[in-house]
Design a binder for this molecule. Sequence first.
Ligand code: EPZ
Length: 419
Amino acid sequence: MRKIVINGGKPLSGEVAVSGAKNSVVALIPAIILADDIVTLDGVPAISDVDSLIDIMEIMGASVKRDGETLEIDPRGVKNIPMPYGKINSLRASYYFYGSLLGRFGEATVGLPGGCDLGPRPIDLHLKAFEAMGASVSYEGESMRLATDGQPIYGAHIYMDTVSVGATINTMIAAAKAKGRTVIENAAREPEIIDVATLLNNMGAHIRGAGTDIITIDGVETLKGTRHQVIPDRIEAGTYIAMAAAIGEGVKVTNVLYEHLDSYIAKLEEMGVRMTVEEDAIFVEKQGELKAVSIKTSPYPGFATDLQQPITPLLLTAKGRGSIVDTIYEKRVNHVPELARMGAEISALGGQIVYQGPNELTGVPVKASDLRAGAALVIAGLMAKGRTEITNIEFILRGYSNIIEKLTALGADIELVND
Ligand code: EPZ
């Protein structure tokens, strides 16, 4: 079994470049099924979710050429076959195949999605949108079948009961070639939604309002090939910024779009974190004493649920008491007992995390329970005295490209060990 081993307490310094956004690229790749020609993506991160999606695309008949961070995908050979359950189950974002297969073939048979255990993760809003567009939903064993009765799907007026990134993107993808106009109300506003809309519009789609809570899509007959640069990963950026503030002595995080991190930077400044914002980089100095703060997550542009775990080790260095409430995933607290075992004064009580700082952490064997919990444990291990061993690291490798190389270059004593 593979694990990450860290000998902590070594200050980090130097420069780290943020890669392309996982939560954008996992939608961009399935969306390419809608194109009638080759689509090239630049800035694709080296993460295992991308490997899984490439496997799935090739199983379906697409041809994919990968050269470093560039992916050239020719979707013309894609057949509408039942999706392979094993691969589909390896990541949550496989649900984007529902939208693109519906949009191209008017039907899709796909295994139910997997992904991190953050508590219940229904896809009712995705299905409600597809049904409004004329698809019927049925279940065949582990798979779900979406089908129209041979008619192309048509535009619909859809109100999202909950703000949902996935349902917003999936509906946009399905609507790009639907007959007529689709309006999505109460749409999510994340930057990844704008990135997917930009790709589709450059392929010839007519999407307006991405990034606001009302998105209008007028379906078109065909979508052509294009070339697209994936936006930087704001969650990876936030993870390295927190790490730099917790254990750094001057770290520059590059390829950062500051405007994607407004609420996050504001919270760091409230703590007293000293950093300098440059054109597309953030320089984080060695910190003095920090002040404990409280955090409440909310949909973009609020404080991202994906960053409440990575910022927690930094919070533990601050003086005072604070709390964290994740309004999106109440159960996203599996990192808390692991941090407590490292000596942190932290606990999760009925949907609220409370902590008291400052804390001296000690390295012990810990287990990653999901992607961002794993990131939190890596940061805690870098801060802790002694040796930290992290198992279940496949979660981490799903979303953080070249994390061992990036941290080693910053001076960390970290390695990936096959036990
Ligand atoms: C996306 O997940 C991200 N994943 C998640 O990042 C992120 O935490 C989440 O958005 C929230 O921002 C990808 O983009 C691949 P949602 P998604 O639909 O789309 C409820 C990471 O660490 N909901 O915005 O699955 C849901 O239960 C991952 O990179 C429904 O009720 O999340 C949640 O409470 C973890 N019905 C809320 O909406 C639905 O049909 C927001 O979920 C869909 C969602």
